[in-house]
Design a protein around this ligand. Sequence first.
Ligand SMILES: Cc1cc2nc3c(=O)[nH]c(=O)nc-3n(C[C@H](O)[C@H](O)[C@H](O)COP(=O)(O)OP(=O)(O)OC[C@H]3O[C@@H](n4cnc5c(N)ncnc54)[C@H](O)[C@@H]3O)c2cc1C
Length: 435
Amino acid sequence: MRHFAIVGSGPAGFYTAEALEKAYGDQARIDILDRYPVPYGLIRFGVAPDHQSLKAVSKRYDKVAESAGVDFIGNVTVGRDVSVAELLGLYDAVILAIGAPHDRKLGIPGEDLHGVIGSAEFVGWYNGHPEFAELDPPLGGTHAAVIGNGNVALDCARILSKTRAEFEGSDIVGHALDALDASAIRTITILGRRGPHQIAMTPKELGELGHLDATLPVVDLNDFPPVESDQALEPGQRKSVSILREFANIRANKPKTMIFDFFARPVRIEGEEGKAERVIVERTELDEKGAARGTGETYEVPASLVISCIGYSTPPIEGVAYDERGGKFLNEKGRIADRLYAVGWARRGPTGTIGTNRPDGYEVADQIAAAMEPGSSQDRPGAEGLKRLLAERGVMPTDYDDWRKIEETETTRARPGSPREKFVRPEEWFGVLGR
Ligand SMILES: Cc1cc2nc3c(=O)[nH]c(=O)nc-3n(C[C@H](O)[C@H](O)[C@H](O)COP(=O)(O)OP(=O)(O)OC[C@H]3O[C@@H](n4cnc5c(N)ncnc54)[C@H](O)[C@@H]3O)c2cc1C
C-alpha cells in the first residue's frame, strides 16, 4: 500500500487526488489535508458569490472525497502543526497544493493608508474567509479605485456595483451584503497600466457589466487602437476587446459608473489622517516591447477605498525550495525534490482558470506513478502516523463528515434567495461539531 499526502483541498489538490486514485486504485491511500475544516480553497473563498454555476465544480470534488481510497483531514496547517519533513517521513509522496493566498504588494508610497486593501482581503471578506471577516472595508466615500486589469479586478468592481436584488441566488455572506447595500460608492475606477489590447479579462466577465441594474461601464474610445488591429488578437481576447468597445455605445442613465482607465499607473496613494483619499496616477504609453512606459504626466483619481488586484504569492514553507521572484515553490514540472511535488498555483503561480489545475494534477500523478509503480509498496504509516503525531501536539483534525455537518448548518442558515449563509465563524465550526 502507498500513502500520499496532498496538502491543500482546492482544485489542484482534488484533481491530483482524482488522478492518483485513477493511477493506483485500491493500492493507495490518499489524504487531502487542509488548514480549515472546510474544503475547496478558492472555490469557496475566492470565486465570486454571484457566479454560482462555477462553484458547482465542487460536486466533482465531493465524489473524489467520498471515494474509498481518499480521506479529507481538515484543521491541520502544514508548516505549523506538522512540517513537510515530518510528512515525508510518514508518506510515500507529499504534494503541495496550498495555492497562493498572499496579495502581492503595490510597492508605492501610501500603500499602508487605511482604505488600501488587497483583493485577497476584500474577496475573503465578502466570501466569509475566517481571516478577513472583520475587514470592514470603508464604503462610506463616493469613490473607489480598483487596481489591475484581470478578472479579479472585475469581480471586485462588480461586487461594489451590484444592488441587493442582484445578489439574489448568490451565496454572498450576510455581513458583506448589508455593508454593500449601505455603501455610498458611486464611481469605481479600474486602473490598468496598459491598454485594452493587453487586458486579462475574459468575455463572460466583461459581458456581465453591460447589464448591471445600477451601474454603467464607461470607456474612452481614444484609448483604443484602430478597430482593424483587433483582427490580430486571439479570438477570446478579440471578443473581450469588442465588448469593451461596445460599452461606449450604451446610452443609459444609471446612478453608478465603472470607469475603465487605461494607460494609468498608480505612483502613490495620498490622504489626510492616515486614510486614503486619492490615487496619484501616471499616464503611460506602450514601449517597443509592449511594456508600460511612464510619460511623466500625472493626475488624481479620488478614492477612499483602493483595492489592489495585481496578483498573489505562495508563502514559503520551511525546508521547501522557494522561487522568490515567482512567489511559488521552486519546481521542475511540479517536482520540488525527491518525493516532494507542487501543483496548482503553488506550482505555476496565480494564473489560469479552475480547469488549468487539472492537467497539473494529472501530470504530477503520472510522475509519481512512474517513480513508484502501482503495486509496489513501502512501509510508511500514512494517516495513522499523522493522527498520532497531531494528537501528541493537541491538534484536533476534522474529517469529511465534519465538513458535511458544517455545510448543513450553512444551508440551514441561508437567507431567502441564497443557497447558504456560508459564514459560520471558525469558533462555531467546532461548536457545530460538538467539540
Ligand atoms: C478572487 C478570485 C476569483 C476567481 N474566480 C475564478 C473564476 O470565476 N473562474 C475560474 O476558473 N477561476 C477563478 N479563479 C482561479 C481559481 O480559483 C484558481 O485557479 C484555483 O483556485 C487554484 O487552485 P489551487 O488548488 O492551486 O489553490 P487554492 O484554491 O487556493 O487552494 C489551496 C488550498 O490550500 C489550503 N492551504 C493553504 N495553506 C495551507 C497550509 N499551510 N496547510 C494546509 N492547507 C493549506 C487552503 O486552505 C486551500 O484550501 C479565481 C481566483 C481568485 C483569487
